[in-house]
Ligand binder design. Structure first.
Ligand SMILES: Nc1ncnc2c1ncn2[C@@H]1O[C@H](COP(=O)(O)OP(=O)(O)OP(=O)(O)O)[C@@H](O)[C@H]1O
Length: 334
């Protein structure tokens, strides 16, 4: 069963030379923790917001966003409000932005439909001690980590089935970050909650998620189980992300990916990553890579990456094949 099912979602905004999202497909099942990873501007937040029917101003969308039996993109008015207030909840980076500084924590939770007793239960469920006392406190009396727990309690008030966490731990110190991520994992296990974890940190996603989608320039360039992504990353961009982010206990030098991600005014005829890729070949500038199914599950969108799981390092191929003399074409075309 799938909770959230996004199929070939393409989103365009006025004035942009290329789509913000380009044929994005993504799914989340109940009780699954799914990571969405990529540099700034790759389209992670736009993808997550599409799940609550929130598109950029003036945007046009093609493709489908389904939540259980609901066609999210066709929702309007009361139906859209009910969708956002009910089965899907979103938690952002800065908990202070979500909380009114002069209102008590109890007010924040009761405004979300919880009774006083239920509000105390929710605070206990997110690991806050002395919940009755917390209900009477104001945001400035709590630390950033405690406030993020309050915001998560507020998100749980409507018993959501999917939680979208958009850089929800990025502003916290590492210890608190680990505690909040552990809390989210506990909540998904206890409540069969689907969790979409948006982060720029691939190591963090690999540690906490079941599956991970890697986004670049509005496209999903790799989708794998977290373990496979971490041990045998297929896309040169994924490998670049792994080698430029530090991990505890390793001393190897970091290798930043050269250049910058493309802006919405940049267009490409071939692979969007070609100008930053150390493995690019001539055809990569001209031909769109095919989205290839990997044998052990998942997909990669790179023509020159070896197909993971095969004995021989054969190529994935192109959506539109270049001349037969220069590449092998055996991919399942997207
Ligand atoms: N309302 C909007 N109008 C125009 N462009 C937008 C709008 N919202 C997002 N964009 C553009 O779409 C692209 C993707 O943005 P998005 O916020 O989804 O990326 P992201 O991967 O979440 O980045 P970040 O990690 O910085 O939040 C960016 O180039 C951004 O500037």
């Amino acid at each position: 069963m799938t909770l959230l099912d996004i199929q070939d979602l393409t989103v365009r905004v006025p004035g942009a030379a290329r789509p913000v999202l380009d044929s994005v497909s993504l799914h989340v099942a109940p009780g699954e923790v799914v990571g969405l990873v990529g540099e700034s501007g790759s389209g992670k937040s736009t993808t997550a917001k599409a799940a609550i029917g929130l598109l950029p101003a003036g945007a046009t969308a093609t493709g489908a966003v389904r939540f259980e039996d609901t066609d999210v993109l066709s929702l309007t008015g009361e139906g859209l409000r009910a969708h956002r207030a009910g089965p899907v909840a979103m938690v952002h980076q800065d908990p202070r932005a979500a909380l009114n500084p002069v209102r008590r924590i109890g007010d924040f939770l009761t405004e979300r439909g919880a009774t006083r007793a239920r509000a105390a239960e929710l605070l206990a469920a997110v690991g806050l001690s002395s919940p009755e006392r917390r209900l009477r406190q104001r945001p400035h009396e709590l630390s950033g980590g405690m406030l993020q727990r309050v915001v998560i309690a507020g998100a749980l008030a409507a018993e959501p089935r999917l939680l979208l966490a958009d850089e929800a731990t990025s502003a916290l110190d590492v210890t608190t970050q680990a505690e909040i991520l552990a809390l989210l994992r506990t909540l998904r296990a206890d409540r069969d909650l689907g969790l979409l974890l948006i982060t720029h940190d691939l190591h963090l996603a690999a540690a906490y998620c079941d599956r991970v989608y890697v986004m670049y320039a509005g496209r999903v360039v790799e989708e794998r189980s977290a373990r496979a992504l971490f041990t045998t990353p297929a896309h040169p961009y994924t490998r670049g992300l792994l080698s430029c982010s530090p991990t505890l206990g390793t001393t190897h030098p970091l290798h930043p990916i050269p250049g910058r991600p493309p802006s919405l005014s940049d267009t490409f005829t071939g692979c969007p990553f070609v100008t930053r890729c150390g493995e690019a070949e001539e055809n990569c500038e001209t031909w769109t890579p095919a989205r290839t199914q990997l044998h052990e599950g998942g997909t990669v969108e790179c023509a020159v990456a070896p197909v993971v799981g095969r004995r021989s390092a054969r190529r994935n191929g192109w959506a539109q094949p270049p001349s037969p003399s220069t590449a092998t074409t055996e991919a399942s075309h997207s």
